[in-house]
Design a protein around this ligand. Sequence first.
Ligand SMILES: [Fe+2]
Length: 355
Amino acid sequence: MLNQVARSLGQIEGQASPFVAVIEGVRTLLHADGVAVLVRDSSGDYVFRVAHGGLAEWDDYTLSVSGSGLLETLHARDQVTLFKRAQRNPWAGEFLLAAGMNWGALAPIRIRDQSVGALLVNNRRAVHVRAEHIEAFENLATLAGVAIQEEHLREDLEDLFMSVIVSLTMALEAKDPYTEGHSVRVAAYSEAIGKQLGLPTEALDLIHRSCLLHDIGKIAVDETILAKKGRLNPLEREKMDMHVLIGEDILRPIALLHPLLPGVRHHHEQFDGRGYPDGLKGEEIPIEARIMAVADAFDAMTSSRPYREALPEEEALAELRRAAGAQFDPRVVAAFEQIYPAVKRTLENLRPRVG
Ligand SMILES: [Fe+2]
């Protein structure tokens, strides 16, 4: 039986969430109909961090105050607690959560002597458990502790990663005052376009971050070119266009920033294939880059630049419409027109978030 658990863990090695291994292990070990990992959050509440099978509907729920009190008892005892519906005790009352469940088990989860959560099982039928089952269940709770710790580390890393993005953005805007606020506005437009197009949350986060950094390569472009009044000559144009490749080079050493590279590289591609650096066409261009191209162009047209005054928004919108299907993805332009009034109000009323 333990071999079977080990095998089920081996099969899912490399999965994105280490919680998957815990859930699979518990399902195999106790033939569980429902498994959940409860994690204590910063305010001391227990939240259903992962919930599976019969307990799936509890995902993201916060445990009741009385349930949390029982978990404190569990931690004080520091051992697995088993309970049955027939016993009518508080454990069965609080923790047999899914319909038709009659048997349950709870193991405390600790990280270095700190109580951080609990591993919960609900079963329709009672399971005859031996000492080995209990020990394996405790080990899976330890594994869940490792998963929680890994999640905390990842959150710290995410914070660090966002401060890298913010400081890079500020470094760019300090160098080129004409682009002040540009990246933040492009990010706000682009995220809203992505939402309008129905993209998932992770994609929206990626878009937001890519936008903040899209022009980071301009750090290496000569100030006289950035601030030039009048048209750029071909050599200057070439240097300016290099910013998409330089941006990629700047970010590449940081592995965490790799998902942002396609947006940075391709935000000057055009839908009809006439853009740079790769001349990609249509849907070959990553969606974040197609979105960014529209938001970037609109914000550039409606801001004053060294070489011209800002265009009125109606003219800029007309220009986007005119170039839909040529320079821009027409679906993205249509989405932009939908979201523009609301985003405009937000940008006027709020200081947009950086990061
Ligand atoms: Fe750019």
